[in-house]
Structures are given as C-alpha cells and as structure tokens.
Design a protein around this ligand. Structure first.
Ligand code: FPP
Length: 249
C-alpha cells in the first residue's frame, strides 16, 4: 500500500524544502559520470513535484545550485546550467498543464544569460497557476541572502527610512528572497548527509529535519510520502512543553 493513503491531508506541510544530494555518488554506482546523475535527478524532481502537488503541498523549494557549487569543475557547472535551461524549457508546458507555478531564489543575476532568460520566461508563463509553487534555489546560499538583506537594511537606515529600534523579525524577512513565502515546516536531505549546507538558515528555524540515505536520483514521490508521514508523527512544540500543547487542544 502506498504511504499516500496514510497521510492526514489536513496536516500536510504547506512548504517543504529539499536538499537534493547524491547525484554524483548515484552515477558512480552506475559506472557513469557525475553529469549522468544530474540528468537522472531531473526525473526525481518531476516525480516529487507531482507527488507534492497531489497531496496539496503549497510550496516546494529545491536546492538546485548553491553559491558554493560554482567552485565545481567548469565542465560540471556548464553541464548543470545546460541541464537547467533544457529542463525548464522542456517542462514549462507540463508545469502549465499541471497548474504548477515556478519561482526562483538566489543570486539570479550571476546565472548565464541563457539560463536567466529561460528561467524568467518560465516564471512569467506559469505565474498565474494556482497549484503548487516550485521554488528553485539557484546560485543560492543563506549567508549570501543574509548579507544582501543586511546591506539593504543598512541602506534604509542611512537614508533615514528606518530607525534601529524599529527593526523586527518582520523587517529582516522583508529583505529575504523568500519574503512572500511561508517558512518550510519540513526540510528533507537525501544521501545520508546530516547538514544544511547554507540553505535557508533563517527560514528553517522551526522546521523538522528528515534525513534519508537514498541518493537523490533514487528518491521518488513514495519517499516523499514516507517523509511526510514521519513528519506527521512528530510533535512540534515551538519552545512550549508537551503538556501545554495537549491543554490547548
Ligand atoms: C547534489 O548532488 C546535486 C546538485 C548539486 C545538483 C542538483 C540538480 C538537479 C537534480 C537538477 C535539477 C534540475 C532542475 C530543473 C530543478 P551532488 O552532485 O553533490 O552529489 P554527490 O554528493 O554524490 O557528489
């Protein structure tokens, strides 16, 4: 039986963030080069987006390329950029058919122009869709995002538009790439690594973390459903006691 049937549809996390890790190791296991792993990873992306949409997840953020990934061999960076362009271009009609909206976060201006153009086109073409929003984190790192936010806030301070005493959590959130997106309740990382690797450090403050040994190209919607079931069996206390939560029910 699919894990899907056991999911409580009233308690599905509205935002799930995923660190898609293990493409290179998966490829090596198949005797192929790392780039083959990234290509196979796209099949997992497709399946997981579909699965998340089926159960009513509102936002799915995928860590597709980090700021640090620019340091990989040029051949791999070029192949990843080409894969992004070809995938986004080929998948946009399907995204529209399935009512999926595409968005992106990160230092998008650092992407090659072909990639940025394709991305912007797909974002525009899917902007009216009302189903799941897929947020691609591209050339993204949380420290970059926070530095960027601090610079903008400092600019507002020096222009006299903001007083230090008026800075709140909401002020900072307004300057993050995710300003109109609710924080993820669940963060999944594949491939057995237990790190968050500069991903959504602010936004994951209260998220539940789910780690699986599966390598990303082997991760499918059924694995997503399993992660959601695991999430639903946890008690999220937000600093309160278990008794306080029971009394509030
Ligand atoms: C991490 O595995 C994966 C990446 C750096 C790239 C992820 C990109 C994709 C799955 C393609 C996504 C495409 C779209 C359109 C969203 P790794 O290379 O670090 O694997 P390793 O840890 O085994 O070396």
């Amino acid at each position: 039986m699919s894990h899907k049937n056991s999911i409580d549809l009233q308690k599905v996390p509205q935002h799930i963030a995923i660190i898609m890790d293990g493409n290179g190791r998966w490829a090596k296991q198949q005797g192929e080069n790392r780039i083959y792993g990234h290509y196979e990873g796209v099949n997992s992306v497709r399946d997981v987006v579909e699965g998340a949409g089926e159960i009513g997840v509102k936002y799915l953020t995928l860590y597709a390329f980090s700021t640090e990934n620019w340091n990989r061999p040029k051949e791999e960076v070029d192949a990843l950029m080409e894969l992004l362009v070809s995938t986004i271009s080929a998948e946009t009609p399907q995204l529209n058919k399935k009512n999926v909206r595409l968005q992106a976060i990160g230092n998008l201006d650092s992407l090659p122009s072909t990639c940025l153009e394709e991305l912007n086109e797909s974002i525009n073409l899917t902007s009216k869709n009302t189903g799941i929003t897929v947020v691609l984190a591209l050339s993204y790192s949380s420290k970059w995002e926070l530095v960027n936010a601090m610079k903008k806030i400092a600019g507002e301070l020096s222009a006299g538009n903001l007083e230090p005493a008026d800075i709140t959590e909401q002020t900072i959130e307004k300057y993050l790439c995710t300003k109109d997106i609710p924080d993820p309740e669940l963060m999944i990382r594949t491939s057995g690594e237990h790190r968050i690797s500069n991903f959504l450090l602010w936004q994951l403050a209260y998220a539940e973390f789910y780690f699986t040994d599966k390598l990303w190209p082997a991760f499918r919607k059924e694995d997503l459903f399993e992660a959601i079931l695991n999430f639903q069996n946890r008690e999220r206390r937000f600093g309160k006691t278990s008794e306080q939560l029971t009394q509030a029910k």
